[in-house]
Design a protein around this ligand. Structure first.
Ligand SMILES: [Zn+2]
Ligand SMILES: [Zn+2]
Length: 288
């Protein structure tokens, strides 16, 4: 097996059109709409109330770079296939002497590489499957985990910037953090009893803030989960497993590729993975 430092270029296959579930399509569409809404709302409505031309330009450049990273990583995470079927045919069979490391999938009715796990949504076995995420419309696995990590990171950062901006707006209208619960009750009453309540600017701002807080907390939680799994080279369904933990430097290369943390800068930075996801070195202590 290759060392993670002996990096060779692996061509990563792309998803064939027409294979997404309706839940995936809905969640990805909702995701993109929320991202674009906050981007435009803050740039065109909120910031002109607080900043001059120079300040707005700096804010626009910063948020554009963040949105570029959110959408770029989302796009590649969605498009990049990480199924066993996407491997070249000769790699879909164990190499001589490695047959005992592969296991049988009853659904695919074939042997699959170590760390592969069947996904019912994708209807395929996924190389080093972490989990299926509807918000990226794909399984997160060996070939696309890098994009998922930076997508969740930038989504949390971008939502955090938007939350700061929207709190400025709320403060201008005299709305404090503790008004959130009361205002959400007013919004709830306005929805179930239309016309009885005045759906004021106050409520509209609170609606934006509520969605915004969720948009910070959810991707931030996902990113924290990813830090734990990358640190141990484990997967979400068994995050404490250290069987494949080769140390932080090698673990980072196995997920982010040869450029490791430099992939933070852009989803388009080339960073080849050290292998194709069929051969996994384990810790010496875990070998039989
Ligand atoms: Zn399978
Ligand atoms: Zn899946």
């Amino acid at each position: 097996m290759q060392s993670v430092d002996q990096v060779e270029t692996i061509s990563i296959p792309r998803r064939v059109k027409g294979t997404k579930s309706w839940a995936d399509i809905f969640a990805v569409s909702l995701n993109v709409c929320i991202i674009l809404f906050f981007y435009m709302f803050d740039a065109l409505y909120v910031m002109p109330q607080f900043l001059g031309f120079f300040g707005q330009s700096v804010h626009f450049l910063l948020t554009t770079w963040i949105v570029y990273n959110i959408l770029g990583n989302l796009r590649l995470c969605t498009k990049t296939l990480t199924t066993v079927d996407s491997l070249p045919p000769k790699m879909q069979q164990p190499m001589k002497g490695e047959e005992h490391l592969w296991h049988y999938c009853n659904i695919c009715q074939r042997t699959v590489p170590p760390r592969s796990w069947h996904c019912d949504t994708c209807n395929a076995c996924i190389l080093k499957r972490d989990h299926h995420c509807n918000f990226v419309g794909n399984c997160v696995g060996h070939n696309n985990q890098r994009y998922f990590i930076w997508f969740s990171f930038y989504a949390a950062i971008g939502s955090g910037v938007a939350l700061f901006d929207n709190f400025l707006l709320a403060h201008k209208h005299g709305i404090g953090l503790f008004d959130l619960v009361a205002a959400n009750l007013i919004i709830y009453n306005a929805i179930i009893n239309p016309g009885a309540q005045d759906f004021t600017v106050f409520c509209r701002i609170i609606s934006v803030l509520s969605v915004n807080i969720f948009a910070v907390v959810f991707p931030a939680a996902l990113f924290c989960t990813q830090i734990v799994t990358v640190h141990k080279n484990s997967v979400m369904h068994d995050y404490s497993d250290r069987t494949y933990d080769l140390g932080i430097k090698n673990n980072l290369a196995l997920v982010l590729g040869s450029r490791r943390l430099w992939t933070f800068l852009s989803p388009n930075i080339k960073s080849p993975l050290p292998h194709n996801g069929t051969q996994w070195k384990s810790q010496p202590s875990s070998r039989i």
